[in-house]
Design a protein around this ligand. Structure first.
Ligand SMILES: Cc1cc2nc3c(=O)[nH]c(=O)nc-3n(C[C@H](O)[C@H](O)[C@H](O)COP(=O)(O)OP(=O)(O)OC[C@H]3O[C@@H](n4cnc5c(N)ncnc54)[C@H](O)[C@@H]3O)c2cc1C
Length: 338
């Protein structure tokens, strides 16, 4: 195994590199983060790559402020706090994070795998664990918001406090749109929802809660333009009505997202409905490539954070034996020696 002390914590974005690790984890969602802890516990030198700029996968990107009630040991845990805990748990083993970089190619070599990243970097790994969830997800664009991303328009709201005192316009009619409205209402100067239809995909109970708070919901309406430098107003056209101008320092374009396994689909794995088929050890059909979490598929699969954690432990322990046949599959108890 490679010495931990040679692993840096964060590799600078924009730095091209070729690096050797024991295990490359593709995807820094909850499953990948727990796998990073577990692989450290099994004394592997680990790198974690993710196309997103922050760890936490779907939790960070889509519901950092929501409470989660079905993670073992936590009667209730906020998404962001769960991710922070996972990062902290893994940190004791110093995994190297390569964030904002997509894993593109994967080729077998004599003693492992050679994974090419979108920025041209190359990671030579003895094994690869794919924890890519539903793949790389991209928000559906708001046509009128073209060019406004990062200039007042956002797709996700990772830090609620940044919008304190602002007029916020949320575009969309799904769960995210209504969840952001609930979360932002107590701190924003105003929150309005603009939706192009009269009915919503969001849960009826959430819609009712938002209405009860007095959030204005403008239906059958389309955003025509964002204006101001910095952003200060949004023009909205209501079907059959006049155009309205709404004050807005932030526009949250919550129009859903598309997810795509993308390059991983061409790695020669066996796929089922955009998920990777694995055996009971979480191994794919290719040697040294394992998968866990939402991306891994087998009969009876349930896509939940709790399942991903268990699969991560199974995968990493089996990888430990695949890399070192004299190693034990059972890792011992983490509580031993305390
Ligand atoms: C609104 C919402 C609420 C939810 N609530 C719950 C709940 O209460 N309880 C529960 O158990 N589950 C819940 N889930 C589901 C849960 O979030 C997922 O099961 C979990 O996130 C799966 O974790 P993962 O690590 O396997 O994948 P993900 O969280 O999807 O992470 C995968 C990561 O891989 C990265 N990636 C993909 N392809 C590449 C590539 N080629 N190169 C680099 N990086 C790549 C992605 O960018 C992503 O960050 C919820 C989901 C949503 C959307």
């Amino acid at each position: 195994m490679v010495d931990h002390s040679t692993a840096t914590h964060h590799w600078q974005k924009g730095t091209l590199m070729e690096r050797d690790v024991d295990l490359l984890i593709v995807g820094a969602g909850p499953t990948g983060l727990f796998a990073a802890y577990y692989a450290g516990f099994r004394e592997m030198n680990v790198a974690v790559v993710d196309a997103l700029p922050e760890p936490g996968g779907q939790v960070t990107a889509m519901y950092p402020e929501k409470m989660i009630f079905d993670v073992a040991g936590f009667p209730a845990v906020r998404g962001r706090d769960l991710v922070n805990g996972l990062v902290e748990q893994a940190a004791q083993f110093k995994p190297a994070y390569l964030l904002g970089r997509q894993a593109r190619t994967c080729e077998s070599t004599e003693d492992g795998l050679r994974v090419g990243l979108a920025d041209g970097s190359v990671i030579n790994a003895k094994a690869v664990l794919i924890t890519a969830g539903m793949g790389e997800f991209n928000p559906r664009p708001l046509p009128a918001g073209d060019g406004w991303l990062g200039r007042g328009m956002v797709h996700f709201v990772p830090v609620l406090a940044e919008h304190a005192g602002q007029h916020v316009v949320i575009v969309g009619g799904g769960d995210s749109a209504f969840d952001w409205a609930l979360a932002l209402h107590p701190i924003a100067a105003s929150v309005k929802i603009v939706h192009r239809r009269a009915n919503f995909r969001a849960h009826a109970a959430t819609v009712r809660q938002v209405r009860e708070l007095g959030v204005e919901i403008i239906t059958d309406a389309e955003v025509l333009a964002l204006r101001g430098e910095p952003l200060s107003e949004v023009d909205v056209k209501v079907k059959g009505g006049d155009a309205r101008t709404l004050p807005a320092q932030t526009v949250v374009a919550a129009l859903g997202f598309t997810a795509d396994l993308g390059p991983i689909e061409s790695w020669g794995l066996e796929l089922d409905h955009r998920a990777v088929l694995v055996d009971t050890t979480m191994k794919t059909k290719l040697d040294r490539i394992y998968a866990a979490g939402d991306v891994a598929q087998y009969p009876g699969k349930v896509k939940l954070i709790a399942t991903g954690f268990g699969e991560a432990a199974t995968a990493v322990n089996n990888i430990a034996v695949a890399l070192n046949p004299s190693a034990h599959l059972f890792p011992g108890h983490s509580s031993d020696g305390t």
